[in-house]
Design a binder for this molecule. Structure first.
Ligand code: 5MM
Length: 341
């Protein structure tokens, strides 16, 4: 393992002013997204959509540091025969790959999930590296509800995340470690804070036990935020203050960077929260976005599966990427959204 090189890549992934495009929707998830805009989820449509994003010159070269791909996409060619992964490299962004194989029910723990995909992972990572992937992603899902999460669910998911991260580093690939505490419930921000603290502490304990080099990884956490169904929604300032307090307590400064998931926040909320956190610096790590929905909802709608809408889709993507790029420096203002509307 060349730790200097892993650290160089991890640092580039979280460079100020840029962030990560999470375009790694599995077949089931992209179908849901396409259903919402009335587009059939065919291989060609998935290719056309992602090609539109990766050919967005302004967004990709100025505001996107890396792209997380799904297995299908990393082997797919653009319409003109150029591999999609080469489009990403040509823009100056770093290609990455989702390597988990989704979730399964966790035995003995009703309602809880464990992420799978460790079998043969070493072989798969070798192939992805040869294809050009320089980082990977594995997402654990922790739900908050009555009597959950159990310590069992937190432990087995942390263990799997650390197993994955160690295998990545041995294959010279930077692991994005994503323990996502869902924001779907009716819990308040303090419950999210408490559960996320337990999840991050256990995750870093496992990473240490399994000898993962913290200097060669990126953390992708949720923010400390109210559940979507909670009657009392925390303000932007409270989310920023509690998230930074939580991360300072749980994430060692050796970690080069943190790139948030958006988790179901609206586009503008996700941007405003990241921006507000940068008002609370200086911070010991790079702090940016690794958004899926909060970067792609607008371009998906603008594109709607029509070739004549490609330019509109790219404009919408570039706008969201620029807004989040500014937020990653604490330079975003809501008036910039209105001007563009
Ligand atoms: C893009 O969505 C990713 C893949 O999800 P599935 O495996 O369920 O299809 C997801 O892991 C994503 O990378 C993160 O959750 C961040 O996305 P959001 O939409 O929460 O920003």
């Amino acid at each position: 393992m060349n730790l200097t090189e892993l650290n160089r890549i991890a640092t580039a992934m979280v460079v100020s002013g840029k962030g990560i495009l999470a375009a790694d929707e599995s077949s089931g998830t992209i179908k849901k997204r396409f259903d919402a805009i009335g587009v059939d989820s065919t291989e060609d449509n998935r290719r056309d959509y992602r090609e539109m994003l990766f050919r967005s010159r302004e967004a990709m070269s100025q505001y996107i540091s890396g792209v997380i791909l799904y297995d299908e996409t990393i082997w797919q060619d653009a319409k003109d025969g150029t591999p999609l992964i080469r489009l990403i490299e040509q823009s100056g962004a770093i290609p990455g790959i989702k390597v988990d194989e989704g979730t399964q029910a966790l035995p003995m723990c009703p309602g809880e999930l464990v992420t799978v995909g460790l079998d043969k992972l070493a072989e798969r990572l070798k192939k992805y590296y040869e294809r050009g992937a320089r980082f990977a992603k594995w997402r654990a899902v922790i739900d908050i509800g009555s009597g959950i999460p159990s310590m069992t669910a937190i432990s087995v998911n942390a263990h799997a995340l650390a197993r994955y991260a160690a295998l990545c580093q041995a294959a010279q690939i930077v692991p994005i470690v994503e323990p996502e505490v869902l924001m779907d419930g009716d819990h308040d921000i303090d419950r999210c804070y408490e559960v996320t603290t337990r999840v991050l502490n256990k995750t870093f304990q496992e990473l240490r036990v399994q000898r993962v080099a913290l200097e060669g990884m990126v953390l992708k956490p949720n923010m400390a935020i109210s559940g979507k169904k909670c009657a009392k929604q925390a303000s932007v300032e409270e989310v920023a203050e509690k998230t930074i307090r939580l991360l300072r307590a749980c994430v060692p400064a050796a970690v080069p960077g943190i790139a948030f998931l958006s988790g179901g926040q609206s586009d503008e909320e996700a941007t405003a929260h990241l921006n507000a956190m940068h008002k609370l610096g200086p911070l010991p790590w790079g702090l940016t976005f690794s958004y899926g929905r909060a970067l792609q909802a607008a371009p998906q709608k603008a594109w709607s599966g029509k070739a004549e809408n490609v330019a509109a889709g790219q404009t919408a993507f570039s706008h969201r990427a620029r807004m989040n790029g500014l937020a990653s420096k604490g330079e975003w203002q809501s008036s910039l959204e209105k001007k563009a509307a």
